[in-house]
Ligand binder design. Structure first.
Ligand code: DHB
Ligand code: FE
Length: 286
């Protein structure tokens, strides 16, 4: 059977992708950020997932304001990197897993989460930057990727609690798929940031660090955070952190914190990153 072995949380700052693509990773400003992912690249190379489910948000790239699905599951065989105004990032095409994605759609929708099924979608920095941070610059991405796009752009986004419960439903779906697959779930976005308005540049490290702790030890507590509190404490775009709760909901109640990294700032954003292992993987690594 397929199983979820671990979760990865990471910011998806677009400037990180630009720094990588333009060969600026050794500049001191960026070196500080990329150094935080060296361990993570080794970890994922060793863990070798067959499939990563990447929870991300589309930034009005694939979906215009005409249609804004709350939860959109990528069921296609391929997803091309999107042109966000400077040409598509020079990264490989993302290969999906249509069979597992269709199975997740059936299971999760039967469990009363009304996912939108997406058979064609370009993927923006929200998805490609986390792949670059974890896998570096390969010719082909080393595993299949199922994108799950969440609306955190147009009010109202889903609640943290809804996201956490969707994660649980995704786990049930994955673990009823008959093929032996090792699956890692990514929650992307965050941490505290605000892109525009009088509070542009806002970063709240106290909130972020408490959120990182909560992700490990007490995610239930995080599910009670309201939109207005994310907005007040973590800035308008801090709401992206609800996507981390989908990943956390898909993991064991008790997880092993394999790795943590936090640095400030990258562009307008605090960069936060966690690797959380389910019990079975953690025990195998001991
Ligand atoms: C920035 C961060 C984001 O998460 C994003 O989606 C866009 C911009 C930034 O820091 O500039
Ligand atoms: Fe974003």
């Amino acid at each position: 059977m397929a199983k979820i072995i671990a979760g990865v949380a990471t910011s998806h700052v677009p400037a990180i992708g630009a720094a990588l693509d333009l060969g600026k990773t050794q500049e001191p400003y960026w070196q500080r950020v990329f150094a935080g992912y060296e361990e993570s690249k080794k970890w994922i190379e060793k863990v070798k997932p067959d499939v990563c489910i990447v929870v991300f948000n589309d930034h009005a790239t694939a979906f215009s304001m005409d249609i804004v699905p709350t939860f959109a599951l990528g069921c296609a065989a391929e997803f091309e990197p999107a042109d966000e105004g400077w040409g598509p990032r020079p990264v490989p095409t993302v290969h999906g897993h249509p069979e597992l994605a269709a199975h997740i759609a059936q299971s999760v929708i039967t469990d009363e989460f009304d996912l939108t099924i997406v058979n064609k979608m370009e993927v923006d920095h929200g998805l490609t930057v986390p792949l670059s941070l974890m896998f570096g610059q390969p010719k082909e991405w080393p595993c299949k990727i199922i994108p799950l796009a969440v609306n955190v752009v147009l009010f109202p986004p889903p609640s943290g609690n809804r996201c956490f419960n969707l994660g649980k439903a995704i786990r049930k779906a994955v673990e009823s798929f008959p093929e032996d697959l090792r699956v890692v779930v990514f929650g992307t976005g965050g941490m505290s940031h605000q892109i525009s308005g009088p509070r542009a540049g806002l970063i709240n490290s106290d909130f972020d660090k408490a959120f990182l702790d909560g992700m490990v030890n007490d995610p239930k507590k995080l599910t009670a955070i309201k939109h207005v509190d994310y907005m007040r404490e973590a800035g308008a775009e801090g709401i992206e952190m609800v996507m981390w709760l989908i990943m956390r909901g898909a993991l064991d109640e008790k997880v092993h914190e394999r790795y943590r990294f936090y640095t400030v700032p990258a562009s307008n954003t605090a960069v936060g990153h966690l690797i959380l292992e389910n019990q079975e993987l953690a025990a195998a690594a001991e």
